[in-house]
Design a protein around this ligand. Sequence first.
Ligand SMILES: Nc1ncnc2c1ncn2[C@@H]1O[C@H](COP(=O)(O)OP(=O)(O)O)[C@@H](O)[C@H]1O
Ligand SMILES: [Mg+2]
Length: 396
Amino acid sequence: MPEDNGNDIDDVKRELGSVLRECHEKEAFNFALFQHNPSAITVVDREGKVVKSNLARRHAHDPLPPLGEALFSGDSECDVIMKGELQKTLDQNVVREVSDVRSGGHIFSFTLAPFTHGAIVTRQDITEQKRAEAQLVQAQKLAALGTLVSGVAHEVSNPNNVMLLSLQTLRRIVDDILPVLDQLKEKEGDFDLGIGSYSEIREDIPEMVASCYRAAERINRLVADLKNYARKDDGIVLDLFDVNAIVQSAADLMGTTIRKATHHFKVECADSLPPVKGTARRVEQVVINLLSNACQALPNQECAITLSTAYNPAAGEVHIMVQDEGEGIPPESLSQVTDPFYTTKHDTGGTGLGLSISRQIAENHGGALVFSSTGSRGTLVTLTLPVSQDSEDEQA
Ligand SMILES: Nc1ncnc2c1ncn2[C@@H]1O[C@H](COP(=O)(O)OP(=O)(O)O)[C@@H](O)[C@H]1O
Ligand SMILES: [Mg+2]
């Protein structure tokens, strides 16, 4: 019998030991779960005072009140709302969710769960999530805008083409008619035309027609930009083309504009670039957009623009670079320059579509448009284009 007793006690001890170990394990597990939870968790007593809180201190500027003090004691909007919500949780003994509470530039969601001695308050920072949601809404709006824009562009383009055609003819008619009117004036003396005497407005007439023509041309460009912008699928033509040739033809097309903007324009083409696959005309359009921005950024003709190409065999990329010594882009605007309609040229008729379209074209070619600007030292824009796989194989 004594032996049996001894066995019983040992059994009980062993049993107790394993129960204790299990308790410790559970305790450690709960502690880790509590302490290292990414949400800020605070346990409060029935009066809403802090009993303990975990490590999730996301914001140094927003520390929890010390132990024993009310969790929501301030007079901020967040504290006022949450104090009321916590009271309701304690009174009604039900779990409550409170979302979109703003505090210190962040957006939080709270879960308030009652338990025997008070409540557990869990706070999650949902600022990023909210921002992502807002971005999605913005993207959807832009897509809708794109559809609207292409409709409007189409409607504007037809009457504008009629104007352009008529103005072209009118310009030639005016050229022919002025000598006739001159003769009439010689013979019969001065006469009234519209707003004044013929001799007063004689010199203005060709300019009036020319400025109408320029305005219609500008509408045409805007419409073309808008159509380009709204075009969903680019229908990339898979041609192999020589990047240096594109760069040279873009520089030629922009010749007049470039000469007006700077006395220091250089084209530096790298030797033996592998060909790139895509639509040459679209890539040329990107280079033209970049050159035209560079010209517009220059404060005087002494500032330089350099257009160059390079090959990076390791990355399998051809680079087209437009470097200018213009006003530069402030760091806080760098991420915005390719947003559709972002422009700082409201006064001079910027559409804010050039870079948005350019980025789209770069991405459709599997490439990218990278901006770097050091403020006063100007801007470097790099268009990277992947080298065609076929041509890589040929070179290998
Ligand atoms: N080379 C540059 N130097 C300085 N700012 C630039 C340059 N290129 C672009 N930007 C900025 O980016 C904006 C958007 O350019 P873009 O999409 O071509 O539209 P737009 O030229 O019609 O304004 C410009 O208004 C300008 O503020
Ligand atoms: Mg532009």
